[in-house]
Design a protein around this ligand. Structure first.
Ligand code: NAI
Length: 256
């Protein structure tokens, strides 16, 4: 049986993912979240992923090998910048690094990034300097000295996860494992209400009109995450996969 860890399995996309994990072959499922999932899982680890101590406690609670780690928990920019940056990026990276040695060949890390991280290439040098800071608290201090980026912590955090996915791919392939992310556009979960507050209805509705004219369902995004974690994606590594019904394609080709 595969041993699967899902962060943020109590709601939205993560909860939809739990319904699909049977496709990975009757896995043993552990959910890490600050609240319990509705679905029956083998193990629930209650943890607050907004602090280093919370991430370390969660990592310590996971025993044995992990075949697939789904880093899915996330918060919107309605939360304070340090919380957004911590949950959406620092925790993703730290949990991945803490568990990397326990992912056997054939295993995978899957990250739920966002189309909001589309700007990573434009900021690659700056993000590289930020990501070179290994210490959690020091990385948060960077936010204080870069208010122009800290003002949109959600985009910053998702840019970091996308660059991290690319950077971590080489070590993953050397270990015979993989790391990829899915980059959803607007998705109908409780978080979408928060995005409407920070990004405005106008931007969200505009982004949806560039694709199929409706947000993704949590299941549509979860199906891509499950695929990225499955053996069917065994040759896919270091990819940030848009799951936005064509929004990024339209932006890239000036068709918006
Ligand atoms: P959601 O709010 O329905 O679920 C997020 C889950 O993460 C919840 O179960 C929550 O308890 C957990 N979580 C949040 N902060 C936590 C913390 N400090 N410690 C432990 N667990 C914590 O949101 P949704 O939409 O399902 O989000 C899942 C992922 O998808 C996030 O990474 C989000 O950024 C990403 N995403 C969502 C989009 C959307 O439109 N809903 C679009 C693009 C990306």
């Amino acid at each position: 049986d595969k041993r699967v860890v899902v962060t943020g399995g109590a709601s939205g996309i993560g909860a939809a993912l739990l319904e699909l994990l049977g496709d990975l072959g009757a896995p043993h499922v552990t959910v890490i979240d600050r609240k319990p999932p509705a679905a029956a899982v083998d193990r629930f680890v209650e943890a607050d992923l907004s602090s280093r101590a919370g991430v370390d406690a969660a990592a310590a609670a996971i025993e044995g090998p992990v075949d697939v780690l789904f880093n899915n928990a996330g918060v919107a920019g309605t939360q304070p910048a340090p919380v957004v940056f911590s949950v959406n990026y620092l925790a993703v990276r730290r949990l991945s690094e803490r568990l990397a040695g326990r992912i056997p060949a054939g295993g995978a890390v899957v990250i739920t990034s966002s189309m909001a991280g589309i700007g990573w290439q434009a900021h690659q040098d700056e993000l590289g300097r930020l990501m070179a800071i290994g210490d959690w608290d020091e990385a948060l201090t960077w936010l204080d000295t870069h208010p122009e980026r800290a003002g949109d912590p959600y985009a910053l955090s998702k840019e970091c996860t996308q660059l991290y996915t690319l950077r971590a791919a080489r070590a993953a392939s050397r270990a015979g494992t993989r790391i990829n992310s899915a980059c959803p556009g607007a998705t109908s979960t409780p978080l979408l209400g928060d995005f409407r507050l920070t990004m405005t209805d106008e931007i969200i509705d505009w982004s949806v009109r560039q694709g199929l004219g409706r947000p993704a369902s949590p299941r549509e995004v979860a199906q891509i995450l499950a695929f990225l974690g499955s053996d069917a994606a065994g040759y896919l590594n270091g990819v940030n996969l848009p799951v936005d019904a064509g929004l990024q394609a339209a932006l890239a080709t000036g068709q918006t």
